[in-house]
Design a binder for this molecule. Structure first.
Ligand code: EZ4
Ligand code: CO
Length: 412
């Protein structure tokens, strides 16, 4: 038994996704997510041109060895493109292994440690009132945890902040699809950290007062603050008992989190842009974070993310895997199977995919009473309708660029 063929499918049902479809000589197919938001085609080429040809004829059950072959063997290590490509192959091989065993993947990873995965939704509003309405919608739908993002007085469109019509769920989409004829470049937004630091405690106070003590309230700072600004913010929201403050400072500056820790007990989460256990070395050994934000898609698959969580577990640090819509349903399923099987699970981000995405990717995971479960279908439990996928051609789409009022490019 061996890997017989590898296809790399690029599809855009509402947004772009890159999927590795690995088929064995027995005719078993495994799926892996390689979607890197705004840089999709680079990973597709990495897989098609440089990875797939080297794997044909290899034993599909040698998952760890294949991971090491792609990671160490290539000499050029780490980085989002490489690690998303490795992730896709790794997920597909785990999917095949579990399908061959006839079990949902979590059973191969050690079995369920819990009945379901606490998950959080994204609530946002341009005003505090519209944010409260959005939070209420999620609470009524069974969520026990909600991420809150709000507009800042004086600023225009802010990344991740939208109003939701009553009774509707907003299909939050990180990347802007380019319309025909428009220039091939990202949208731009503007930012003012001082205005944000003044406003956010008021937002937290309003949500805590409206929903009481039980609701877990999360917030994403999106890398926009300097270390001392982040320390100030973390301290100012402490009275409202935040579940976590995510990405307070730019991810690559690991020691910045020491400064936040010196000033605040607000739990910290970081890592959606990380792709390797080495990115976490200082953060984990110095206990500078409480939650790991990586996804299987961007951190080398099940194998890569499991390495990170084993290391984190030694220090009592838990998972908060990245689950935006740009992680495909295949990548989301990988997060869920691993989350169910590890001891140090914390919380799972859940941004449901659009109906058009879910017509192409048929999932078996379910959401009930605030908990996600990967389901009992063999493997990852996701099917790709390749014919339907082929009807949705790639559309260029980019994450926005952020600038200060004077035009300086800023973190976002
Ligand atoms: O910016 O998924 O916590 N979630 C986030 C997301 C990320 C996008 C990047 O592709 O910050 O909105
Ligand atoms: Co984030």
């Amino acid at each position: 038994m061996a890997i017989d063929r590898i296809d790399i499918d690029v599809t855009s049902p509402g947004r772009n996704f890159v999927t590795a479809v690995v088929t064995t000589s027995e005719g078993i197919t495994g799926l892996g997510d390689a979607t890197l938001n705004g840089r999709e085609l680079s990973v597709a080429s990495y897989l098609r041109d440089h990875v797939a040809p080297t794997l044909i004829g290899r034993d599909e059950s040698a998952i760890e060895q294949t991971w090491q072959y792609l990671y160490r063997g290539a000499y050029w290590r780490r980085g989002p493109v490489t690690m998303s490509a490795i992730a896709a192959i790794d997920m597909a091989l785990w999917d095949i292994a579990a399908k061959k065993a006839g079990v949902p993947l979590y059973k191969l990873l050690g079995g369920a440690c819990r009945t379901g995965l606490l998950s959080y939704a994204h609530a946002s509003g341009t005003t505090i009132d519209s944010l409260l309405a959005a939070v209420r919608g999620y609470v009524e739908n069974g969520f026990h945890a909600v991420r809150i993002q709000a507009g800042v007085p004086g600023l225009g469109q802010i990344y991740g902040v939208h109003d939701t019509a009553p009774g509707e769920t907003y299909e939050y989409e990180p990347a802007g699809r380019l319309t025909e004829g428009a220039p091939l470049r990202p949208a731009e937004e503007s930012w003012d950290t001082a205005a944000y630091l003044r406003h956010l405690p008021e937002v937290f106070a309003a949500v805590r007062e409206e929903f009481g003590g039980d609701l877990r309230i999360l917030h994403d700072g999106h890398h926009r603050m300097s270390p001392i600004e982040a320390a100030k913010l973390a301290r100012s929201i402490e009275p409202y008992d935040p579940f976590w403050l995510e990405d307070a400072t730019p991810g690559e500056d690991q020691t910045a989190l020491r400064l936040i820790r010196q000033h605040s007990v607000t739990p910290l989460a970081i890592g959606e842009v990380f792709n390797s256990v080495h990115d976490y070395q200082v953060l984990i050994t110095e206990r500078l974070i409480d939650y790991v934000r990586s996804s299987a898609t961007h951190a080398g698959g099940i194998t890569g993310l499991r390495q990170i969580m084993t290391f984190a577990g030694v220090y009592g640090i838990r998972s908060g895997f990245h689950g935006p819509t740009d992680v495909s349903p295949v990548g989301m399923a990988a997060n869920l199977h691993l989350g169910l099987a590890i001891h140090n699970f914390g919380i799972q981000e859940y941004m449901p995919h659009s109906d058009v995405t879910l017509e192409v990717f048929r999932t078996s995971y379910r959401f009930e009473d605030g908990l996600l479960h990967p389901g009992e279908a063999p493997g990852l439990g996701v099917e790709l309708d390749r014919e339907a996928a082929a009807a949705h051609e790639y559309v260029p789409a980019y994450l926005p660029v952020n600038r200060l009022a004077d035009g300086t490019v800023h973190d976002w």
